[in-house]
Design a protein around this ligand. Structure first.
Ligand code: UDP
Length: 238
């Protein structure tokens, strides 16, 4: 069997990555394609923690633009991530994987409240842990929650799943000559103004020396290729 490059990973799934080609919400075929990849790497022995976004349902910033109070809008955004987390858990269990949801906001009837020791225990038992409700605070993003939970869980790497299969020299949709970076340093990413994650998340990863791999989850076997250390996506490192 091939060597695993990473033993414990934090997978960041944006809400949009669950949408498929639908205008909003959760596309069943898309979520099933994603959870099959997650189960595959979990079966290889990789411990998987997931932070899921909520942009496919509700985004605080957009509601603020419509003149809504920002903190209230952000709490609504966090609730959207809980819906996605429950959908992911159900989808994972439907293919025989064991998964647990831990929420940063307590809602004990539907999910456990975040507890670090328990989450680590689940990971050690081979269960997939899905972190919902971001950091539990308004004015943050789920990218920052991913960096935070990744650091707390002592993950080897943060895997940021996007709709593009890595970081490119230019927007590949607009510029056909754009090429994918195999790897960039954190410093280069800043110098070249490459959009990896929001600044808070980026800084936390850099300070904790947690590398980031940006990759496209829509591509078959992409997640497996990343954990096996194959040339997939873009590695951001110190
Ligand atoms: N959010 C928040 N605090 C957090 C994480 C998320 O307030 O720690 C809210 C915020 O309104 C955000 C929404 O939840 O717009 C959905 O998260 P995000 O936009 O990060 O989701 P993604 O873009 O990954 O789908």
């Amino acid at each position: 069997m091939s060597e695993l490059k990473y033993k414990r990973v934090l997978l960041k799934l944006s809400g949009e990555s669950l949408m498929g080609s639908d205008p909003f919400g959760i596309n069943r075929e898309t979520i099933m394609q994603t959870v099959r990849q997650v189960k595959e790497v979990s079966d290889l022995g990789v411990e998987v923690a997931i932070v899921v976004g909520g942009g496919n349902i509700f985004r605080g910033v957009s509601a603020q633009a419509g003149s809504m109070d920002r903190a209230t809008a952000d709490y609504m955004g966090m609730l959207a991530t809980v819906m996605n987390a429950l959908a992911l858990k159900e989808a994972l269990e439907s293919i025989g994987a064991k998964a647990r949801v831990q929420s940063a906001l307590s809602m004990q009837q539907i999910a456990e409240t975040y507890a670090r020791p328990k989450a680590i225990q689940y990971l050690e038992e081979g269960k997939i842990v899905i972190f919902a409700a971001g950091t539990g605070n308004p004015f943050f993003t789920t990218d920052t929650a991913a960096a935070l939970r990744g650091a707390e869980m002592c993950c080897d790497v943060m895997l940021k799943a996007t709709n593009v299969d890595g970081i490119y020299t230019a927007d590949p949709k607009k510029d056909p000559s754009a090429t994918r970076y195999q790897s960039v340093t954190f410093d280069e990413a800043i110098e070249k103004n490459l959009k990896v994650m929001d600044a808070t998340a980026f800084t936390l990863c850099r300070e904790r020396d947690m590398n980031i791999v940006v990759f496209g989850i829509q591509k078959q076997d992409a997640l497996k290729n990343v954990v096996l250390g194959k040339d997939e996506g873009t590695l951001v490192h110190n």
